[in-house]
Design a protein around this ligand. Sequence first.
Ligand code: ZN
Ligand code: ZN
Length: 332
Amino acid sequence: VSELRVDPITGRWVIFTPDHTRRSTDFTPPSPLRSDPASCPFCEGHEELTGNELLAWRPGGSERNRPGWHLRVVPNREPVLRVESHLGSDGALLFQRFGGLGAHEVIIESARHEDSWTTMTVEAVSRVLWAWRERMRDLKRDVRLKSFVVLKNHGALAGARLDHPHSQLLAMPFVPPQLAEELEGAERQFKAKAHCVFCEIVQQELQLNQRVIASDDRMLTLAPFASRLPFESWVVPREHAARFEDGPDELLEAAAKCIQDLLRRLDATLLQPPFNVALHSAPASPDVDALFHWHIEILPRLTRVSGLGWGSGVFVNPVPPEEAAQVLRDAL
Ligand SMILES: [Zn+2]
Ligand SMILES: [Zn+2]
């Protein structure tokens, strides 16, 4: 029997098909991506292959754009948006055009090509979140930039082009559709109930304890009620906070610990699956402080999104989140 679910935040419909036969071909194999460290632009010693560094963690105080770092942030070589652009509109009503204003940066998360978030120390993963936060804080001074999305693609099947560990930060002069959808839903819920829907979900999920994967006193890792993909997982702070970039160091460390714990559970269960990570933080508007709640979404890429998913935005998910949460809870 299939089950229809509506996401409480976005109103998105998801069809669950737990009874369907799951063939091995339903799940794509782990990524075959192999890039060569000798020609990798992100490896230590190849600093001249990237643009000027915007931020770095250099424990020995080494010189900029030289070896001796643990983490670097550089401009994307093929940016989709640039801060040097203008948002000027040509004024057409139907086909409006805007300049490609924004920022597109790459966080090189480790000097070591073979590292990953599961093999790095929790301090090193915290440092990645620190870099996201520091870059967001810096870019926010440009008031034309309205929102941020931080993405990580791990494995070729998740869209990564290099297997050197890295993530991407995009600052945009508009609110991207996925974030806008969550914001609209959160606003609708706030108007009806006068509280943050994410806070309510955190409370309810902890009480129900069916979709909780892990939790500590600061963070909750859960399989969301209307998961779009098998083993979709969210890391959410337990206390209300609209913006990731406003968080203190302790929260970064707590989030890093949870993400690493989750990825280790996914690795143990699903044989190191390719995955995407997305950080959703409230846009710059103060109107959304009470109703939006930052979170990190982790999406393992196990199945191909069906034509129905791409064509209609209706996802078909063969694994109910209660089952996914159970498997991941028992994984370690
Ligand atoms: Zn490399
Ligand atoms: Zn909240």
